[in-house]
Design a protein around this ligand. Structure first.
Ligand code: NAD
Ligand code: UFG
Length: 334
């Protein structure tokens, strides 16, 4: 199939391009590079020894998107493009609402004009809010604690209503838990700009000596060791989940949690990182980070049953591959 991948130069998008190309699909990437580099496109091509078509465009730009659909017979869209920094979304809500919801509408409209029926959307576990764990797809969503989370809930509703009005539209809403790690080659991975907000890139930079020590946000949560519990998923498993979902997409809206189903605490992740990689990660305990919840992990039975997909890589592979990627980056970078 010819798959349009928006945000294909980004972290999850680039890994998914690798899996799509290896599965024999043609890939057209649209990315404005606001949080990524064009060289990632070349690296994906080197890993797979296959070519992609790259449009350096903003997917909120209706005319630019129209040109892609006019140039190619698109069979499906995987919409990764979006702004994702939670704290920044509180400071710049309009930028987040505009970018993340208008892009979804522009792409869904282009699909309608061109009879493209397959649409996969990057949603997030954040839409569950502070529900009871494990999070199940049938749960009522609770208000997100920040504008970023709301953009995901709104985009989900836009796509649900679009599918209601068009019986052929086939939508997969993939709710990612916490993607970490990198391609096994160490060639592509997560490269946040500035000081990382997320745990794993912070840990890799402390291990490398770029940052002095990890700040553990809270050790008084009602969890086994008091630190926050998350469902970390290897980015290659997540990438494979997209292709499984694409292969089985049927008309209507399908919601899937993509996680491992296993909760891991901050201190467990740090310990696994130190043991597997033989490096030290100094840390200090701080107060809780505003907006954080104690626990987030998935009920993954629906994806297992309907997509015949299951995360294969565990925490050891996640910390090993995250470190392999960080280790080959130049020390001065970032
Ligand atoms: P990322 O920032 O690495 O990738 C997003 C890509 O989209 C970047 O390459 C960026 O340049 C591009 N982009 C953003 N706005 C664009 C626009 N208007 N037009 C064209 N390109 C644009 O982020 P990621 O971690 O790969 O996340 C991919 C998607 O998954 C995002 O929608 C994100 O919200 C969602 N998600 C991520 C996580 C996570 O923890 N990484 C968790 C849940 C959901
Ligand atoms: N944490 C620390 N120190 C840090 C960073 C994080 O202790 O420097 C802790 C957090 O308090 C939390 C855990 O590590 O307990 C994970 O935090 P992350 O920031 O890595 O991830 P979150 O679960 O807070 O959020 C991430 C993305 C969201 C997404 C969500 C669910 O940032 O965009 O996963 O997919 F919505």
């Amino acid at each position: 199939m010819n798959i349009l991948v928006t945000g294909g130069a980004g972290y999850i998008g680039s890994h998914t391009c690798v899996v799509l190309l290896e599965a024999g699909h043609e890939v057209i990437v649209a990315d404005n590079l606001c949080n990524s580099k064009a060289e990632t496109i070349d690296k994906v091509e080197q890993i797979t020894n296959k070519k992609m078509v790259f449009y350096p465009i903003d997917v909120t730009d209706e005319e630019a998107v129209e040109r892609i659909f006019a140039d190619h017979k698109i069979d499906g869209v995987i919409h990764f493009a979006g702004l994702k920094a939670v704290a920044e979304s509180v400071e710049k809500p309009l930028e987040y609402y505009y970018n993340n919801t208008v892009s979804t509408m522009v792409l869904a409209k282009a699909c309608q004009r061109h009879g493209v029926e397959k649409f996969i959307f990057s949603s997030s576990a954040t839409v569950y809010g502070e529900n009871e764990v494990p999070f199940v797809e049938t749960m009522d969503l609770l208000p997100a604690a920040n504008p970023y989370g709301e953009t995901k809930a709104i985009s989900e509703r836009i796509l649900m209503d679009t599918a209601k009005a068009n019986s052929k539209f086939s939508v997969s809403l993939l709710r990612y838990f916490n993607p970490v790690g990198a391609h096994e080659s160490g060639f592509i991975g997560e490269e946040p700009t500035g000081i990382p907000n997320n745990l794993m890139p912070y840990v890799t930079q402390v291990a490398k000596g770029k940052l002095e020590k990890l700040q553990v946000f809270g050790n008084d949560y009602p969890t086994p060791d008091g630190t926050g519990v998350r469902d970390y998923i290897h980015v290659m498993d997540l990438a494979e989940g997209h292709v499984a979902s694409l292969d089985r997409l049927t008309p209507g809206v399908h919601i899937y949690n993509l996680g491992t189903g296993q909760g891991i605490s901050v201190l467990q992740l740090v310990k696994a990182f130190e043991e597997v990689n033989g490096v030290r990660v100094p840390y200090e305990i701080m107060g809780r980070r505003p907006g954080d919840i104690a626990e987030s992990y998935a009920d993954v039975s629906k994806a297992e049953k309907e997509l015949n997909w299951k995360a294969k890589r565990g925490i050891k592979e996640m910390v090993r591959d995250a470190w392999r990627f960080e280790s080959q980056l130049p020390a001065a970078q970032k």
